[in-house]
Design a protein around this ligand. Structure first.
Ligand code: CA
Length: 240
């Protein structure tokens, strides 16, 4: 525990909400105890359905999510949470090694995973690492985000490629900002629709593709072979 001291007070789990989703009560309690000991505020759910219901009101920043659950499984819960909470930190628990590819695969968007049996202290340490990384991203985001030769200025709402401004529509600006805030993470069409168009938009999901195509024409060197916004077939897009 000595090592934690240097991270300072702001790195304690104080006030940060964690939702632990696990049907086996002994494991759930064990995780909860360790998280609470570290200052996290912990909520518990015994099933995926309960977790999704709780997420509507509790807005946990971190979700510790078991794969094997009664009813809908952890994979489905993960995808559903991602649709509405793109910034939530999701750490999955699995008993099977073969789940790993799926967990870390582009289609799910989990931030990390742990294979059972695991040391709960390691789980807490992992959560802290992810939190640190996301805090750092926030600080670095500031008012501009730079990725490769692209830069968005959030204050002036301007977009630059190789230092030259590229004129974008507000919608296109919102799309590119979403990508640049999430480098290396595949974003589904649903997720993009939710973030950029809002949760109350009920238009065709193809709208996303149309906008991405126009955006690529403006910002890629060769829009038929995009290097910045890439397609994740059957899912959505990734910026890397
Ligand atoms: Ca379980």
């Amino acid at each position: 525990m000595v090592g934690y001291a240097k991270w300072g007070v702001h790195m304690s789990g104080e006030g940060i909400k964690v939702l632990v989703v696990e049907d086996e009560s002994s494991i759930r309690k064990f995780i909860t105890i360790n998280l609470k000991r570290d200052g996290f505020q912990v909520l518990e759910a015994e099933s995926g359905e309960e977790a999704l219901e709780m997420m509507k009101t509790c807005k946990a920043r971190i979700i510790v999510l078991d794969v094997m659950l009664p009813g809908i499984d952890g994979f489905e819960v993960c995808q559903k949470i991602r649709e509405t909470e793109p910034d939530a930190i999701i750490v999955m628990l699995t008993a099977r090694n073969q789940d790993m590819d799926k967990i870390m695969g582009l289609e799910l968007g989990a931030d990390d995973y742990m294979v059972k049996p695991f040391n709960p202290l390691e789980l807490v340490a992992r959560i802290r690492t992810i939190l640190r990384r996301s805090e750092k991203n926030k600080v670095e985001l500031g008012e501009t985000i730079t990725l490769k030769s692209y830069c968005v200025d959030l204050k002036s709402q301007k977009f630059f490629k190789n230092g030259l401004e590229v004129e974008l529509t507000p919608r296109e600006f919102s799309i590119i900002t979403t990508f640049m805030k999430n480098p290396g993470r595949a974003l589904s069409r649903d997720e993009l629709l939710n973030i950029v168009w809002g949760k109350n938009y009920f238009g065709d999901i193809k709208t996303v593709d149309v906008h991405i195509r126009r955006l690529r024409e403006k910002i890629e060197d060769n829009s038929s072979e995009p290097q910045f916004i890439k397609t994740v077939w059957g899912y959505g897009y990734i910026c890397q």
